[in-house]
Design a protein around this ligand. Structure first.
Ligand code: ADP
Length: 308
């Protein structure tokens, strides 16, 4: 029987100003997912971690994605999947998307790479719908394509890979839970025209900054006048982290996905490490357990680490 092991990277969605349309893949943290093709048209899930995620395929993001691939192929086969989750669910660094993207890429590998990346995003979005109630691709697209991605449209799907210069990413995960569905519910349904203008100026500026390798422009464009003012209220210490990190030399940053993680981009590793110390300091003072990652943009997305 064919089997494959893939590494499924964490991802940062939104990138501050690009709510639901921008995302990037991280080198760390990453889940490990092992997938085996079986003759029986069923999905069997095993957890290799302590998170106790559901093993019924309809309730696990990886299961939903695999079922949708099986259905597309007339249920001619099934899968056994073992998940070692290293990205804590509900962290805001794309834990559910890592399983969705990983399951789609691994299944495709076992099926002789018959699907395009865009088709894999379509399958994987079924999993994100389970986790957050909406089909969105801002974690899945960078997970599958790697690097920075723009999801210009979901219907029809239009994904653009954005070139980016070398960037270090520091992420702090305060150990509190913010559910994606809750973080969506508190958002206002209307925006002021003046805010929309400022926001799309920033989105365009950020994309241009990435493509030109213009660090100053990237920094200036990491501003969110629509989502952050509402969502940051759910994250204790947010304002202090942001201010202190920028004072320490970060280009900028903000809420990772729907939080509670906060990410910061830096030009070099020395600054990224200083930023990590600043983040730790803020959460030590507030007395909230936290975990910090100093990492970089992952240009490859989900990768095969073992086959056979
Ligand atoms: P994140 O941004 O970290 O992905 P979400 O809140 O979007 O967090 O998703 C986590 C939710 O999805 C949790 O309720 C979790 O139980 C559920 N879930 C189901 N299957 C998985 C999976 N394979 N990996 C992660 N979360 C999963």
């Amino acid at each position: 029987m064919k089997r494959v092991i893939v590494k499924c990277p964490g991802t940062v969605a939104n990138l501050v100003c690009g709510f639901d349309v921008l995302g990037l893949a991280l080198q760390e943290p990453a889940d490990i997912l092992e997938l085996q093709l079986i003759d029986e048209p069923v999905v069997r899930i095993t957890n290799r971690d302590a998170y106790n995620l559901p093993t019924e395929p309809e309730k696990n993001v990886a299961g939903v994605v695999l079922l949708s691939i099986m259905q597309h192929c007339n249920n001619a086969f099934g899968f056994e999947v073992a998940i070692e989750k290293r990205i804590k669910p509900g962290s805001g660094i794309g834990s559910s998307a890592a399983s969705a993207a990983g399951a789609a890429v691994a299944a495709n590998y076992l099926l002789n790479n018959q699907f395009t990346k865009e088709e894999l995003v379509q399958f994987a979005m079924n999993g994100e719908k389970l986790a957050s109630g909406v089909k969105h691709a801002d974690n899945i697209a960078p997970g599958i394509y790697g690097g920075v991605t723009l999801i210009r449209s979901i219907y029809p799907l239009d994904i653009i890979s954005i070139d980016a210069p070398s960037l270090f990413v520091t992420v702090v995960h305060p150990q509190i839970e913010v559910r994606t569905s809750d973080a969506r519910q508190i958002l206002k349904q209307q925006v002021q025209l003046k805010d929309a203008i400022r926001q799309w100026g920033n989105v365009a500026g950020l994309v241009a900054g990435f493509m030109k390798g213009d660090y100053e422009l990237i920094g200036r464009s990491l501003e969110d006048v629509i989502i952050e003012p509402v969502r940051s209220i759910l994250i204790p210490g947010f304002d202090a982290v942001k201010k202190d990190c920028i004072d320490a030399g970060a280009l900028g940053g903000g809420i990772s996905g729907s939080g509670p993680s906060i990410f910061m981009l830096s030009k070099d590793a020395v600054t990224a490490n200083k930023v990590a110390a600043v983040m730790q300091n803020v959460y030590q003072q507030i007395g909230i357990d936290h975990h910090v990652y100093v990492t970089a943009i992952n240009k490859s997305g989900v990768t095969v680490v073992e086959e056979g």
